[in-house]
Design a protein around this ligand. Structure first.
Ligand code: HGY
Ligand code: MN
Ligand code: MN
Length: 420
């Protein structure tokens, strides 16, 4: 199929330049979900969606949606997220949102109508700014219920209800945002790889085969705060030493369990109390996150981690509590969606490269209700979730061309199946 969408690099470049200005000025690039920067960026994005001829609305989950091609229950969907981690990158998620916007503009420019309406989406809160994240894509998939919102407070001290409402959602009735299986005829997401496989093989783009499942939780160790000078070592119930043992144990578990090369494990934050130089730490709260593209290994890793917490707490005679906040299995992307994306690579004469995603994406969260496909573009040294995250405008333009071509191929596929 010929390439008929005319991507405009200068438009895309301009979008990135403007969107990245919506950041915490002290910590570029930080635009956490529900922050002031997120709200302001959303207003700007909504204006761009409108200027691209889209009908713009927020669903009850507050996802920002631009729609073209009239009514009708079933749609094609493309998108990603524009919220970031703290001092994250200018490209994680953003490439997918601005890429979808550019495709919508190209469709408007060339007056092309697809066989179904198209919705482009900026999903709310993809990054773990609140424990129940990702919020927007999980609500669409029916994976977050009204009850799950209870008690959730954002880092800005607001209830998740107020935060969703302030972003244009309807937190009292989030089930209105839920889509039934099949309502989204196909979903496409463009994203940076956040790994270095493409760069090492000197490839600009790749076809995603599966998405690793992130399992996130918190561990609490409760020992006994004591005088750091007067308390003999054997008598201590030092919560921080217990936590330190667990940090080392997690690294050992993920690197020796199952298909270990598929596993990763991280302790991202830790709170020590009372956090004073001359007091034996009485309590530690810490995050644990393990992931794998292999389900069996992921289950074994989680089980070993739970056993390890028990073991440490028995040995040190201190209390412990592990709570899993969010469990995700690895998500294989349907072969026919991989073929849709592959045909786009062939159309544009781009070398074919299949690879799994070790980072997770909105595509994984809506995969249970729609066939999802992903296009990856390389990023510098695989870096992401840090200010050094970078990808070239050439690779971004190529990624958007592949995204657009995949959409046309998805449309052609849909029409063929409809004719039967
Ligand atoms: O953590 C992730 O994989 C994604 O960036 N939220
Ligand atoms: Mn991310
Ligand atoms: Mn992302």
């Amino acid at each position: 199929m010929d390439e008929i969408l005319e991507i405009k690099p200068e438009r895309i470049e301009n979008d990135f330049k403007i969107l990245e200005t919506f950041t915490d000025p002290e910590a570029p690039w930080t635009r956490r979900a529900f922050s002031l920067q997120n709200k302001e960026a959303r207003k700007w994005l909504a204006d761009q969606f409108r200027a691209a001829g889209l009908d713009v609305y927020n669903d009850a989950a507050s996802n920002l949606i631009g729609r073209r091609g009239g009514d009708g229950d079933q749609v094609f969907m493309m998108g990603s997220h524009s919220d970031t981690v703290i001092e994250g990158g200018r490209f994680d998620g953003i490439v997918g949102v601005l890429g979808a916007l550019e495709i919508a503009r190209c469709l408007q420019d060339s007056d092309i109508e697809l066989s179904l309406p198209l919705e482009i989406v900026d999903f709310t809160c993809e990054e773990p700014t609140v424990p129940i994240s990702p919020v927007g894509s999980r609500i669409i998939a029916g994976d977050i219920t009204q009850k799950d919102l209870e008690g959730v407070i954002t880092p800005f001290g607001e209830t998740i209800h107020k935060a969703i409402d302030d972003l244009g959602g309807d937190s009292s009735n989030i089930s209105k945002a839920k889509r039934a299986l099949g309502q989204i005829a196909g979903y496409l997401e463009l994203h940076i790889e956040q790994g270095a496989v493409l760069e090492k093989e000197e490839l600009a783009a790749g076809i995603v085969t599966a998405i690793a499942g992130p399992c996130r939780g918190t561990v609490q160790f409760i020992g006994q705060p004591e005088h750091a000078g007067a308390t003999p070592m054997p008598d201590r119930k030092d919560a921080l030493v217990a936590a330190a043992e667990l940090v080392i144990a997690i690294e050992k578990i993920v690197t020796t369990t199952g298909m270990s090369e598929e596993n990763v494990g991280t302790v991202g934050w830790m709170n020590v109390s009372p956090n004073m130089i001359n007091v034996v730490p009485g309590q530690v709260d810490m995050s644990v996150e393990v992931r794998s593209t292999d389900l069996e290994s992921l289950v074994l890793v989680r089980k070993s981690l739970e056993e390890e917490v028990e073991k440490i707490s028995e040995k040190r005679k201190i209390e412990s509590k592990l709570t899993w906040d969010h469990l995700e299995d690895p998500v294989p992307l349907p072969l026919f969606m991989q073929d849709v994306v592959k045909s786009a690579f062939t159309d544009l004469s781009i070398p074919i490269k299949y690879l799994p995603s070790r980072a997770s994406h909105d595509a994984a969260r809506i995969a249970p209700i729609t066939p999802a496909g992903m296009v990856f573009i390389r990023c510098l040294e695989g870096k992401s979730h840090c200010p050094e995250e970078w990808t070239s405008m050439d690779d971004i333009v190529l990624g958007i061309r592949l995204l657009g071509q995949s959409l046309l191929r998805l449309n052609e596929n849909f029409l063929k199946n409809k004719k039967g």
